[in-house]
Ligand binder design. Structure first.
Ligand code: G4P
Length: 193
């Protein structure tokens, strides 16, 4: 998505450790117009899927999920994060390993809000190691629901995530594909929309 790439070129900053800082328009600061265009791009890409819900994990995917849900005319839903497994049967849960923090956490959503008739589009701001999205897909399947696909704003294609998710048979629509952040330079590959 050209507008997103242009904005990353203009306002994105590369931090040590291959981190791309986009806090002025996608993380802390939110550019609603740009995010709405991103939602439109996913709506077009997944137009043949009978999507019933848009899901993400708290926190930074929520704004994108809300705008995308509005475009599709379906509810948005976010999984909450917990430090430990919580033994309760009123929630669907999955475990997620964070390479960044070197520990696992639990994601959970109420059973009332995600049911077997749901066909869910997963969205998030970044796809890095992919464990968060893989965990979310596990949670959807645990609920007996199906995954329509994944919408990612910025894919870091040099990390493990894209392959991990494709190996699981999941479709990904990445709006900006970053192939390298070496020496502070942002190198883009061809995006999916
Ligand atoms: P992953 O499985 O989600 O790919 O997670 P990983 O542990 O690799 O990344 C940890 C967190 O860092 C994730 O946010 C992810 O979105 C974020 N992240 C990864 N690479 C970048 C980057 O280059 N720039 C920025 N700004 N963030 C990055 P999270 O723990 O899910 O937290 P939240 O921000 O959604 O609350």
């Amino acid at each position: 998505m050209k507008e997103l790439e242009d904005r990353i070129r203009k306002d994105g900053r590369v931090l040590p450790g291959n981190i791309l800082l986009v806090d002025s328009f996608l993380n802390q600061g939110l550019d609603a117009r740009l995010m709405n265009q991103m939602a439109l791009a996913w709506q077009e890409f997944y137009k043949d899927e009978p999507v019933t819900k848009i899901m993400t994990i708290e926190a930074s995917g929520i704004a994108l999920a809300v705008l995308t849900a509005y475009r599709f005319g379906v509810p948005a839903l976010f999984a909450k994060k917990f430090a430990t497994i919580n033994l309760t049967d009123d929630r669907h849960q999955a475990s997620v390993y964070s390479y960044t923090r070197e520990k696992s956490y639990t994601i959970a959503v109420s059973r009332r809000l995600l049911t077997p008739d749901d066909h869910v589009l997963l969205v998030d701001d970044f796809l890095a190691n992919g464990c968060a999205m893989a965990g979310l897909a596990d949670l959807v399947r645990e609920a007996g629901a199906s995954v329509a696909g994944i919408g990612v704003a910025i894919e870091k294609s040099f990390q493990k995530g894209p392959d991990l998710l494709r190996e699981r048979g999941l479709t990904i629509c990445s709006l900006a594909r970053v192939e390298s952040l070496e020496e502070g330079r942002i190198v883009f590959g061809k995006a999916d929309a």
